[in-house]
Design a binder for this molecule. Structure first.
Ligand code: 5AD
Ligand code: SF4
Length: 463
């Protein structure tokens, strides 16, 4: 048997990239590539990159410097070749430019092309001398049609991409340029893949898409399914116990989706719904297509349909033209709505996006002051929510071993990591009812409520 080839994939950025990296490993497995944890000595290194903010993109170039050293060491004295590839959104945005700037990179390919990886790898390996490859084509449907079934075991909690790309064109964002137009996978494909994952032990599924609630996939019997409808279909799958989806746009929250939150017990009561900012002038300049009042209304309707629903959000501070008053509007909407988790960023001008050319860029110092205030408020809200969990009972899907002997870690319906001690490892994969006894800023601790009341279905996972 030939030795397996070593494949090192480093992932930057969003959940979609994590998913794509996994699928790249699936595509390369039949060629004998097995994942390893370090670039040192690897036969192939893929940096799956993110272009969303300047810092993320810069990190790629500093990492490439380190990879170059490993490549030189491996190839010294006639050693085997190391293929170095840059994938993802930096590759898509900077393609040919990147090849010029980084002569040791063998391959640059965008997010819609990795189903063609085997062919690219064969070309790179066959080459006498060097054969550098750039593939930054677009059509997402082709990619999904040609990917193999998921072979990498994703575990009890799995991701499933149902939608890709974005047509919203927020003026700060590179996604519509790097990921292309919105594309939804046909409903039947999604259901089939979900069933396969469940057959391999998945109990929680997170549907992924850059704009996931814009989903409008072909229905099996003609017509289209909305996300709400797709969620109803998925909820019918036996053995699938929890469903989530991310990331959503407020504008695409429709009645179908709201009623799914009212009706489906399997749909977790936690929703990542970025608002980005609170000031209406800023929201308009961002081309967000919703106002402060629209967002409040959507949040109220969702909470009305599902009273224990909690929200998380993304924020950008210091968008061009953001005044003190605009920023206070952001603080106010946070105070009024309360977010139990959040990501917040200083505005980072991205080449080619409309906002990068806007006047009235906000000074760095002001951005720093604002983000510190916002993050303090968000951290406080998160801690208060966690503390309020003490004494409550929650269903927790146990997913992995903890840091300490005898400790297991799972996820609450609200995505909080929950630690529990004294359960056997055979409990991994079970959904157990825990009473929360401890709250930290980023996690909870709990105790088993009553073993006899715990999840019957998961017995199949008990060794
Ligand atoms: N600057 C700062 N943050 C940004 N985001 C997207 N583009 C930018 C940018 N140019 C943030 C948004 C988005 C999240 C994924 O990244 O908040 O929701
Ligand atoms: Fe970017 Fe806006 Fe599309 Fe989200 S909705 S991916 S922020 S353009």
């Amino acid at each position: 048997m030939t030795e397996p080839k070593k494949l090192f994939v480093k992932t930057y950025g969003c959940q979609m990239n994590v998913y794509d990296s996994q699928r790249m490993q699936d595509v390369l497995a039949p060629l004998g590539y097995q994942p390893v944890d370090s670039a040192e000595g690897a036969d192939m290194v893929i940096l799956n990159t993110c272009h969303i903010r300047e810092k993320a993109a810069e990190k790629v170039f500093s990492d490439l410097g380190r990879v170059r050293k490993h490549k030189e060491a491996k190839e010294a004295n006639g050693g085997d070749k190391m293929i170095v590839a840059v994938a993802g959104c930096v590759a898509q945005a900077e393609g040919a430019e990147l090849m010029k700037r980084e002569p040791m990179v063998d391959m640059v390919f965008g997010p819609q092309t990795y189903h063609r990886l085997p062919e690219m790898v064969a070309r790179a390996n066959r080459a006498v001398g060097r054969n550098r490859i750039v593939d930054t084509d677009f059509p997402a449907e082709e990619k999904f049609d040609h990917l193999p079934e998921q072979v990498s075991k994703q575990g009890y909690s799995a991701f499933l991409a149902i939608q890709e790309g974005c047509d919203k064109f927020c003026t700060f964002c590179v996604v519509p340029y790097t990921r292309g137009a919105e594309y939804s996978r046909p409903g039947a494909d999604v259901i089939r893949e979900a069933k396969q994952l469940v057959a391999h032990g998945t109990r929680e599924l997170t549907l992924l898409g850059q704009n996931v609630n814009a989903y409008h996939g072909e229905a099996p019997n003609g017509g289209e399914w909305t996300l709400g409808r797709l969620l109803r279909e998925l909820a019918e799958i036996d053995g699938l116990d929890r469903i989530r989806y991310t990331t959503s746009h407020p504008r695409d929250v429709d009645e179908d989706l709201i009623s799914a939150h009212r009706d489906l017990k399997k749909l977790m009561p936690f929703l990542h719904l970025p608002v980005q900012a609170g000031g209406d002038r800023v929201l308009q300049a961002m081309n967000r297509k919703h106002t402060n009042a629209d967002y409040r209304d959507i949040a109220a309707r969702l909470k009305d349909a599902c009273p224990d629903l909690a929200l998380s959000s993304d924020f950008i501070v210091g968008f061009p033209g953001e005044s003190d008053k605009d920023f206070e509007d952001t603080m106010e909407i946070v105070r009024d709505i309360t977010f139990i988790q959040a990501f917040s960023f200083k505005y980072s001008p991205r080449p080619g996006t409309p906002a990068s050319a806007m006047e009235l860029q906000v000074p760095e110092k002001v951005k720093t002051e604002r983000i510190m205030r916002l993050q303090a408020l968000l951290a406080e809200q998160q801690l208060v929510f966690n503390q309020k969990s003490i004494g409550k009972e929650m269903d927790v899907l146990l997913e992995r071993r903890g840091k300490y002997e005898g400790q297991l870690v799972g996820k609450s319906p609200y995505m909080q990591p929950v630690h529990v001690s004294g359960l056997p490892e055979s409990a991994l994969g079970q959904i157990v009812r825990l009473k929360i006894t401890e709250a930290l800023p980023n996690s909870l601790g709990g105790e088993l409520v009553d073993a006899t009341r715990n999840d019957q279905k998961s017995e199949r996972n008990v060794a």
